[in-house]
Design a protein around this ligand. Structure first.
Ligand code: CA
Length: 229
């Protein structure tokens, strides 16, 4: 596993890199955002500091997601303002950690994301709900034959919901199945991803296509409601 650390703080880099090496990972480091595109060969995981000296970290996040669609992208932020986190997740990050964090927590999250991207939930190979088709082995989602562009976690969330259509799934279940069973951080991540999937499904449904609806169950979680036959 190769980890690219984009972090201008030498102390953070000096603490993280040897610890990652001790766990069998290799690392490279950039102290700024400019030129990041030239350092992406073989990268499995990016740890991205949002507060970079030269480029807006959110913009770097967006570019990384486009350049590395299958990589695990984790934001490291010292910012207290949670708007940055929401924007970062919308820009394609899989997860975030607020500094200071424990190394053990970082390692657990990175490993969980790597596991998830290697092994998707064991569901039926494909699910059809109205005009929506979710093909798990190919990680493809189509509406009336047109591909819907979903990010990694958005796909996994929709695939999990589609595995139990019409069934109430608790927030805890969704967080555990799509993110990590040991998740104990804020679950805003879930709502941000649900909102993104809803937006994309609504856009794909334009023109009268029938797609399921993600229904919010207050105080519980979500249900994927298949379209009426
Ligand atoms: Ca910084």
């Amino acid at each position: 596993v190769h980890i690219l650390l984009v972090e201008d703080d030498d102390r953070v880099a000096a603490a993280l890199r040897p610890a990652l090496h001790r766990h069998g990972m290799t690392t490279s480091r950039l102290a700024r955002g400019r030129g990041v595109a030239e350092h992406l060969a073989g990268v499995d995981v990016v740890l991205l500091d949002l507060g970079l000296p030269d480029v807006d970290g959110i913009e770097v996040c967006r570019r990384l997601r486009l350049a590395l669609p299958g990589a695990v992208l984790v934001i490291l932020t010292a910012r207290q303002d949670e708007i940055d986190v929401v924007v970062g997740l919308e820009a394609g990050a899989d997860d975030y950690l607020t500094k200071p964090f424990r190394f053990g927590e970082l390692l657990a999250r990175v490993r969980a994301h790597l596991r998830r991207s290697a092994a998707l939930p064991a569901t039926a190979p494909s699910v059809r709900l109205g005009d929506l088709v979710v093909v798990t082995p190919a990680r493809r989602v189509t509406v009336a034959g047109e591909e819907v562009g979903l990010r990694a976690k958005e796909f996994e969330l929709l695939a999990r919901l589609a595995a139990d259509p019409g069934t109430a799934l608790s927030r805890e279940t969704l967080m555990a199945d799509v993110w990590d069973e040991n998740w104990f951080g804020p679950t805003k991540t879930l709502d941000v991803h649900v909102a993104a999937v809803r937006r994309k499904l609504a856009a794909a449904a334009e023109g009268g296509h029938r797609v399921p609806e993600i229904v919010t169950l207050r105080g519980h979680g979500y249900r994927l409601q298949p379209p009426e036959e």
